[in-house]
Ligand binder design. Structure first.
Ligand SMILES: [Zn+2]
Length: 705
């Protein structure tokens, strides 16, 4: 029996899951489903790495034990995997691995003992005891060399981590070392003899040059007195294993290495070696340290280590909380289907390179490729079968006596033409998929969508339906379309499990595309005469303007909230101490109550200025918006958009004094940048805005306090 084993990294349990985690899991999940669909027994691992000083400190701060701290973070991962259909219940991972599992302790101890007894290729002890002194970043869980930290700003201060911008700790202690320096040649030999071992090529080259640059021995333990939250070194409990050493070994302990019960339940012998998916930022650990550890322990190396790129924002910048350009998982979950998100991730990122992720791009792709493309093909085909063929799959063959008639309409009477096209597209799809070139695989599938769409448009079934003599010709066109949809639902199962099952059901098929091996698909197996199911849109169109408005409104800070039409809320008497819900739609109700106390410092963060409207005009095609130039005492007037056009004539605004939120992050509305916000009250069901103003004279730019 063929088996397959795929892993995501196990994520360090010191931060909550984000898009990067979701993405790797989606890729691993897609690969796992594809293997299972081909009848290969598959094991899919994801999980969390839970030891080390960083967890210990976070736990201290939160008043928890380290295990409780890990449990807390893990609960968010479990929630995410359930919501995005990636957990066992939804056919996703087989194990959510946690390095606090007792069988992991046992397996790691066994592994350590093996390595401790081993000799390096140069005949030295693979592990030795020494002293280490260096600058250590707790968050990175690694010592930093000179080019990996920022020099101290003042004398006597520690250098800071380039990644975390936090001060490094000077660590000097007795430590066990792994003699990595003796493994450079052995590793280079692996990279040489197995060109696919590290992928893609560019990453492989980086790894090779890193190894050629010379390897330093790795400190693999800390004194228990400095780090106690970890796995004790076997036979020397004064030492705790270095968190990365223990974490990497999870890939084998999860399936049974060093634990008989686990071996029986899963099977290290059965599943190892694995395909490791990693982000490029942790490639060195997986492509250099991990193989060296495995060589030392006498364990077979992984099948491959594949590094994927990072998601950037639509402008190609790194995503960060400070820039405010992150993609939020709860926003994805609220507004998009799991299938659309999966499709976007796999279609948009050329695997291995960086990709760009924006909500608008996701909506556009979803609407063009899914709603208008595949979804429309499916619903128009099935609707016509319902209408013209009494909801039964028509025959795919034109009888001899109708051949000439069919030819006259321009229909290709040779069904092997379309069958050949689709078989070729299927082969391309599978080939690219096997090479993890998901984007190209999906292109191949969509070439079928385009081809069948064109076939339908050219044949004009609605005209054929008017001629009783062309009934069979019409039937053949619809048969070919329906049979193509059957193939597509099988091909697309790993990428969009929900939608592919829905398409399958609507075709009236039994079973599941998940159990249909795509390489065994044969043209013409869709049965003539069988009834189709209920026709429903597989991919509903997303209303871009509405969804984007909702997303943007939700992103705004709660509190003083003014105006893209509806969103206007004055604050209120702070009578209530309930925490305010994030203000999605400010209504009168919001204006009267429910807010929480803030500190004076919180208020001081909002820079409110007196402004005077210099000009005001309507925005084309946006009947709620006014575009104003407002003087707030700066060199240049601000351009501000406000959703007040239904209540305020532009001419009447000119010259008025208003209150402007001057430090609001600029944003685009209808293609215009709004550099601030006009404060207004809001009342009534429709949220009628009333602009805040002054009865006494006050100079432009004066600050409200
Ligand atoms: Zn760091």
């Amino acid at each position: 029996m063929k088996t397959f084993y795929v892993t995501t990294p196990i994520y360090y349990a010191n931060s909550l899951p984000h898009l990067g985690h979701l993405y790797t899991m989606i890729v691993a999940d897609t690969i796992a489903r594809a293997k299972r669909q081909r009848g290969i027994e598959t094991y899919f691992l994801t999980g969390t790495d839970e030891h080390g000083i960083n967890i210990e400190r976070a736990a201290q701060r939160a008043g928890r034990t380290p295990k409780e701290q890990a449990d807390y973070v893990v609960s968010y991962y479990k929630k995410m995997t359930a919501e995005f259909g990636l957990d066992t219940e939804h056919g996703g991972y087989d194990i959510f691995m946690r390095t606090t599992a007792p069988f992991h302790y046992q397996g790691v101890s066994e592994f350590w003992r093996k390595v401790a007894k081993a000799k390096t290729p140069k005949g030295n002890d693979a592990i030795y005891k020494g002293h280490y002194e260096g600058w250590f970043c707790a968050a990175c869980a690694e010592y930093k060399t000179e080019d990996e930290y920022a020099k101290p700003k003042a004398e006597g201060e520690p250098p800071t981590c380039l990644v975390h911008d936090t001060p490094l700790d000077r660590v000097s202690e007795e430590s066990y070392f792994f003699r990595l320096s003796d493994y450079a040649e052995a590793l280079l030999e692996v990279f040489e003899s197995r060109p696919d071992f590290v992928r893609p090529e560019a990453r492989r080259n980086e790894v090779i040059s890193f190894v050629r640059g010379g390897l330093q021995d790795l400190s693999v333990s800390r004194l228990k007195s400095s780090v106690s939250w970890g796995i004790p070194v076997p036979d020397d409990p004064e030492h705790t294993m270095y968190v990365w050493f223990d974490a990497l070994i999870n890939y084998i302990t999860a399936i049974g290495y060093g634990n008989e019960e686990r071996e029986r339940a899963v099977g290290f012998k059965k599943y190892w070696p694995a395909l490791h998916l990693v982000g490029k930022d942790i490639l060195r650990f997986h492509a250099v340290y991990w193989p060296a550890f495995l060589i030392a322990a006498g364990v077979e190396l992984p099948c491959a280590i594949v590094a994927h790129g990072m998601w950037l924002d639509p402008n190609g910048r790194k995503m960060s909380k400070t820039l405010g350009n992150t993609i939020e998982l709860d926003v994805l979950q609220k507004h998009f289907s799991i299938d659309a998100i999966r499709y976007f991730c796999l279609r948009e990122m050329v695997f291995g390179q960086d990709g760009r992720f924006g909500y608008e791009a996701l909506i556009d792709r979803s609407n063009s490729d899914l709603a208008s493309g595949l979804g429309n093909l499916s619903s128009r085909t099935l609707t016509m079968i319902a209408r013209y063929c009494d909801s039964r799959i028509p025959s795919g063959v034109i009888p001899e006596d109708k051949l000439l008639l069919a030819k006259r309409t321009g229909v290709d009477t040779d069904e092997t033409t379309v069958a050949g096209f689709i078989e070729h597209a299927r082969d391309q799809f599978l080939l690219h998929f096997e090479n993890l070139a998901f984007s190209r695989a999906l292109e191949a599938a969509w070439s079928v969508v385009a081809r069948i769409d064109k076939m339908i448009t050219d044949a004009k079934p609605w005209d054929l339906a008017k001629d009783e003599n062309q009934k069979q010709t019409l039937g053949v066109i619809l048969y070919r379309a329906a049979e193509s949809l059957r193939w597509l639902s099988v091909l697309l199962h790993p990428v969009m499990p929900g939608a592919s099952q829905a398409m399958w059901n609507q075709l009236g098929l039994q079973g599941s595309p998940a159990q249909t091996n795509p390489s065994e698909l044969k043209w013409g197996e869709l049965k003539e005469g069988s009834s189709i199911g209920d026709v429903q849109p597989v991919f509903p169109r997303i209303d871009k303007a509405n969804v984007m408005a909702e997303i943007n409104a939700a992103e705004e800070p709660a509190g003083v909230h003014a105006t893209e039409a509806d969103a206007v809320a004055g604050s209120a008497s702070a009578q209530e101490t309930q925490p305010a819900p994030p203000m999605k739609h400010a209504t009168e109700a919001d204006a009267v109550g429910v807010t929480s106390f803030i500190e004076i410092d919180d208020f001081a963060k909002v820079d409110l200025r007196v402004g005077q409207v210099l000009s005001a005009e309507r925005v084309p095609k946006a009947d709620k918006l006014l575009l104003m130039k407002i003087d707030i005492g700066e060199e240049q007037p601000r351009q501000v958009l406000a959703g007040i056009a239904q209540y305020y004539e532009p001419e009447k605004m000119i010259g008025r004094k208003v209150v402007v939120v001057a430090n609001l992050k600029p944003r685009k509305l209808r293609g215009f940048e709004s550099q601030g916000m006009v404060v207004a009250a809001s009342y009534g069901e429709e949220g009628r805005p009333v602009i805040a103003t002054f009865t006494e004279d006050v100079p432009n730019g004066a600050r409200l306090k």
